[in-house]
Design a protein around this ligand. Structure first.
Ligand SMILES: CC(C)(COP(=O)(O)OP(=O)(O)OC[C@H]1O[C@@H](n2cnc3c(N)ncnc32)[C@H](O)[C@@H]1OP(=O)(O)O)[C@@H](O)C(=O)NCCC(=O)NCCS
Length: 169
């Protein structure tokens, strides 16, 4: 197994790994579970596009794990020269290759790359429902600094008036 730089020809395979991987651990999937398709698009289309954007914005910060010539995982990164906080927006390993240390190697590689490119800190986000991520990231030295709640509402019907905190008056 090797970790190598991304090449544009990797994109379809990376997107396949993405849609095979984020079923239970994606905000887009949660939106679909709550509301169904959004404007005719499913969560897989949105998540695959999200990773495609990573590959466009910072292609030199995307790395692919390859085994016997087949891409089995990837990680994306972003540099931010202003904040000096580098991000790891997306990471996934083909379900058939998990639990063998591929994810760990990808994360180590990404951290080293961010450090080598002058970032003072590395940032990664995970959902509360992603138990694996929550166990994995602190092992590298990441510390939890915040929890965020995502709210979503459809805009094809009038918004309900906000509920008043007090009755009558
Ligand atoms: C998170 C992910 C990239 C880890 O990849 P991986 O190659 O399995 O990672 P590793 O083999 O290095 O395993 C790291 C740890 O994950 C956990 N883990 C891995 N496979 C597991 C499995 N099948 N069941 C439960 N835990 C598992 C273990 O804690 C393991 O460490 P340990 O075996 O040394 O105790 C992978 O699970 C994945 O693609 N998940 C879906 C997408 C995702 O969650 N991406 C990150 C979004 S924040």
């Amino acid at each position: 197994m090797v970790i190598r730089p991304y090449a544009p020809g990797d994109l379809p395979r990376i997107q396949q790994i993405t849609t095979d991987s984020f079923e239970g651990v994606s905000i887009d999937r949660n939106i679909e579970a709550e509301y169904g398709l959004v404007a005719g698009r499913d969560w897989k289309e949105r998540k695959a596009r999200d990773v495609g954007v990573d590959c466009q914005v910072q292609p030199d910060g995307v790395f692919v794990a390859e085994d016997a010539g087949v891409a089995i995982g990837y990680i994306t990164t972003r540099l931010d020269r202003f904040t000096s906080i580098g991000r790891i927006p997306n990471l996934a390993v083909d379900p058939g290759y998990r639990g063998r240390g591929v994810g760990t190697l990808l994360i180590e590689h990404a951290i080293a790359w961010l450090r080598a490119h002058g970032m003072a800190m590395a940032k990664i986000e995970t959902l509360v429902q992603n138990e694996r991520g929550q166990v994995l990231y602190p092992r590298f030295g990441f510390r939890e600094v915040a929890r965020q709640i995502h709210f979503v509402m459809p805009l094809d019907e009038p918004a309900a008036p906000p509920e008043s905190g007090s009755e009558g008056g």
